[in-house]
Ligand binder design. Structure first.
Ligand SMILES: Nc1nc2c(c(=O)[nH]1)N[C@H]1C(S)=C(S)[C@@H](COP(=O)(O)OP(=O)(O)OC[C@H]3O[C@@H](n4cnc5c(=O)[nH]c(N)nc54)[C@H](O)[C@@H]3O)O[C@H]1N2
Ligand SMILES: Nc1nc2c(c(=O)[nH]1)N[C@H]1C(S)=C(S)[C@@H](COP(=O)(O)OP(=O)(O)OC[C@H]3O[C@@H](n4cnc5c(=O)[nH]c(N)nc54)[C@H](O)[C@@H]3O)O[C@H]1N2
Ligand code: SF4
Ligand SMILES: [Mo]
Length: 770
């Protein structure tokens, strides 16, 4: 059954007080409503019943881990996972007729929501330089055109190959192999805009970019910090794990600029208590912190722990761990003790009493975990903040033992795996040496371009071809106007995609849409039905088997597209068996097992229920740092501040979107319905700035380059956000994030903590606005 597309929203806002609890029965009904709106009962039943089960479809949503086999519910998914999977399994289709009816410029005037709702892409399409329409093209010609453009470049570094974290390990491995055999390390990815700050901070201090905890550790912890993340919306099954921790006696401290519903109370729809009872209170303590105050908070806590040790020597710090496993303690200790309380309180907006109460919780806890996400990483000082979190964990030896550790909560379901497979513009020599040994070609050694530097290079004409494996680069990237101009300057842009998005309408002079199978679909190759593998946030690698009939006979798998492109472009160079890779993904995994540490005997081990847990050296007491020890660091105190009359804006996700793709205009837990162009402002700030509820404003960015960046026509909603800190949805606000506003060291765009003023508008012009 084909579903008719829905229409543009009419943008009438209804704002009610934010919810005080997450999930429960409404979550189940919303999941089913959205799924049935998109697709049929049969397809919904297939996706939902096999989702996250052994030999089932891995949820294409977030990277939260599944419970061990044998401990999974029959419905092992959340409301949002159901929406994400059925957004892919939709029964709507985009055909060649659609592109005849809609020119590229007409599509470009449509909203992101509308583009996504048109359904699955079904056939390869090309937009020629002199045309405003996509037209059909055969796979042979499409890949021929792309490889011709690639081989005619003056240098391989004039191409970039972007990856988004839904791509499988197999596709990611093939893409990086192709890019490097072609001759470039230009492999930007969504991780550059997501957890790059975590990667840099953890690498420097612990010698690994990955988190150290498992789901069991979460269950066993005495105390869990949730810093700058909104699990009720973005990692909903994390709430089940937190509930388990609480049933085991653990306590939770949430640190956030917003009192998010999922941090307050959780009604687990999989338990009777969650369906009819009051649910579980999640956060025992909520720190309503100012934007960017987390560095100062952990500095304050560390200072208090050092003082407590001085008052009662030998009772607070883990001296054995500090002595045997770390370096830099003395310097760190001197540095942090010199940070003034006034500065800590100013940056956090908290009272000293609040921070002392947290210290007492820490002193009463044997096992502590810190979880964090975008509220921390997307700040200018994201790297120092995470380094300070590591200092905090190390003081009491909360690393490398059960129930304790560092937990960067990853976004996309396979963003971590893509990195493991070599998608990074800065892969270490050990990986490149292994590629060289295995395949006998010389991989380029100079670092490639990350996401921000790719935009700079495209803008300056240094990059001419942009190929994307999944994702929506134009909307994910900062500084929308600059990014769009950069994309349009490319000679060719090509996207391996499941659904239509802005990156197809803001494109190069020639543009290709290369439609692909999604994770839900059966993938049959000459050697038989294939599965792919993914790695979750807790370093567990497992299989995902597609179950649905493909959306179109013309779809090729990601692996097939990339292998055919490689053959077209490289011929027999380097003797890489592309045809065999395409025919049997096990052949790809065979090479991975010989190249990537932890993957020995990959094909056999990953087929076992539950898959493989990759070893983390930190949990074996080993630190792959230059000194072989974990590193205490000295981080300069920092306070995010906005001049008088301005606010610090964070750009964040609503409950009804997947990154750049809004599903509806609602944000149920925050009580917002019918409109996304809203700005959440604290009532005291509204009074101070003379703003009224329901007033229309433009958000105007302030940045050192003097360029005025303006996001137009936002409706003011009074909201209990921290004083001085406003919030509005991404990607509508990406226009406000300057390309050069990046996190120190990690070069990650600062999607949080942007200085803006709210300029009153005389009238609202109304929809549609994209
Ligand atoms: N449904 C759904 N799930 C998703 C996604 C999605 O779009 N939709 N996206 C996926 C991806 S790729 C990612 S990376 C993750 C993102 O998961 P999150 O990191 O939870 O995503 P954001 O919506 O950016 O929310 C940031 C949180 O940090 C808080 N915050 C902002 N600034 C500060 C600060 O200065 N200090 C503190 N302590 N808190 C702050 C915000 O109030 C908000 O609660 O989610 C993944 N899961
Ligand atoms: N202002 C601001 N900007 C941000 C953020 C923010 O918080 N604020 N967050 C950043 C973060 S954390 C991230 S991760 C990025 C996200 O950036 P991206 O990962 O680039 O964006 P997505 O929205 O996840 O990409 C969605 C598209 O992926 C394609 N797709 C979906 N599934 C598949 C599949 O299985 N295969 C293929 N080939 N294609 C598929 C579909 O065409 C869909 O339209 O955005 C970043 N940008
Ligand atoms: S928590 Fe994440 S991985 Fe699990 S079902 Fe929900 S969206 Fe999917
Ligand atoms: Mo992300």
């Amino acid at each position: 059954m084909k579903k008719a597309p829905r229409h543009e929203p009419d943008e009438r806002l209804s704002a009610t007080p934010p919810k005080k609890w997450a999930a429960g029965v409404p979550a189940v009904t919303h999941a089913l409503e959205y799924s049935l709106e998109e697709t049929t009962v049969r397809r919904t039943a297939t996706t939902l019943l096999t989702m996250n089960q052994v030999a089932g479809i891995d949820c294409p949503g977030c990277a939260w881990a599944d419970p061990a086999p044998g401990h999974r519910h029959r419905n092992e998914y959340c409301e949002n996972g159901a929406k994400h999977i059925n957004d892919e399994a939709t029964a709507r289709r985009i055909t060649a007729g659609f592109f005849r009816a809609h020119s590229v410029s007409a599509l470009d005037r449509r909203s992101d929501l509308w583009l996504n709702q048109q359904g699955r892409l079904t056939a390869p399409m090309v937009k020629r330089p002199d045309s405003d329409h996509y037209e059909p093209i055969s796979w042979h010609d499409a890949l021929g055109l792309l490889s011709e453009e690639l081989t005619s470049l003056d240098s391989p570094d004039e191409a970039v190959f972007y990856t988004s974290g839904r791509a499988s390990n197999e596709a990611a491995f093939v893409l990086q192999l192709f890019a490097r055999a072609f001759g470039t390390n230009n492999l930007p990815d969504c991780s550059n805009m997501c957890h790059e700050s975590s990667g840099f901070a953890l690498h420097e201090t612990l010698g690994t970019g990955k988190g150290t905890v498992s789901l069991d550790d979460i269950h066993q912890a005495d105390l869990i910090f949730l810093v700058g993340q909104n699990p009720g919306t973005n990692h909903p099954r994390q709430l089940s794990a937190l509930e388990q921790a609480k049933l085991n006696g653990g306590r939770i401290i949430a640190v956030n600029t917003l009192p998010e519903a999922g941090l307050l109370r959780f009604k687990n729809p999989q338990r009777v208590r969650g369906v009819i009872g009051a649910g579980t209170r999640i956060a025992d303590r909520f720190l309503h912190i100012r934007s960017g105050g987390d560095l100062a908070l952990f500095q304050g806590l560390n200072r208090l722990l050092l003082e407590a040790e001085e008052a009662r020597p030998g009772t607070v710090l883990d001296h054995d761990f500090i002595r045997s496993s770390t370096s830099g303690f003395e310097e760190f200790s001197r540095h942090v003790r010199a940070i003034a309380w006034d500065d800590i309180l100013a940056a956090t907006g908290l009272t000293r009493r609040e921070i002392e109460q947290v210290r007492d919780e820490v002193l009463g806890s044997e096992r502590v975990i810190v979880c964090w996400a975008m509220g921390v990483t997307q700040q200018r000082h994201g790297v120092p903040t995470i380094r300070e979190i590591v200092n905090f964990l190390m003081l009491r030896g909360n690393l490398g033992r059960a129930g304790a550790g560092a937990c960067p909560v990853r976004g996309h379901s396979n963003v971590q795996g893509d990195r493991t497979m070599g998608i990074w513009e800065q892969m270490p020599d050990s990986f490149l040496d292994a590629l060289q040994r295995e395949f006998g070609f010389d991989p380029p050694r100079a670092h490639g371009l990350d996401s921000v530097n790719s935009i700079r290079a495209m803008r300056e004409g240094r990059v001419k071809v942009f190929l994307s494996l999944a994702g929506n680069f134009v909307r994910a990237a900062p500084d929308t106007a600059v990014t769009e101009e950069a994309m349009r300057r490319c000679r060719l842009t090509a996207h391996i995609s499941t659904k239509l998005n802005r990156s197809h309408t803001v494109c190069g002079r020639t543009a290709l849409i290369l439609p692909t199978l999604g994770r839900t679909e059966r993938d049959v190759q000459p050697s038989g039905e294939q599965f792919v593998t993914v790695e979750n946030s807790m370093s567990e690698v497992h299989t995902s088997y597609g179950r649905l009939k493909p959306a179109s006979k013309l779809l090729l798998s990601e692996v097939a597209i990339l292998c055919r492109l490689a053959r077209h472009t490289l011929g027999g160079k380097a003797g890489i068996p592309w045809a065999r890779f395409e025919a049997d993904y096990g052949a790809i995994r065979h090479h991975v097992s010989r190249i990537v540490p932890g993957f020995h005997d990959f094909n056999r081990r990953v087929a076992r229920p539950g898959g493989i847990r990759l070893p983390n050296p930190v949990n074996e007491g080993m630190f792959a740092t230059p000194t072989g020890k974990a590193l205490f660091t000295c981080n300069a105190w920092h306070m995010s501040d906005a001049p008088e009359g301005h606010l610090l804006l964070q750009t964040l996700r609503s409950h009804d979107q997947w990154n750049t793709i809004p599903y509806t205009d609602n944000d149920r837990y925050r009580g917002i319905h019918g409109r996304r162009r809203v700005v959440l402002v604290n009532p005291s700030d509204m009074a101070h700035l003379g703003l009224l509820k329901g007033q229309f404003v433009d958000l105007v960015g302030v940045w050192t380059d003097g360029v005025e960046r303006r996001a137009e026509e936002f409706e003011v909603v009074p909201y209990p956000t921290a004083r001085g800190c406003a919030a509005a949805y991404y990607p509508e606000t990406n226009v406000l994030v300057p390309l050069d506003s990046v996190a120190e060291i990690s070069n990650q765009p600062t999607s949080k903590g942007i200085v803006v003023r709210l300029a009153a508008r005389a009238t609202a012009e109304g929809p549609p606005r994209r």
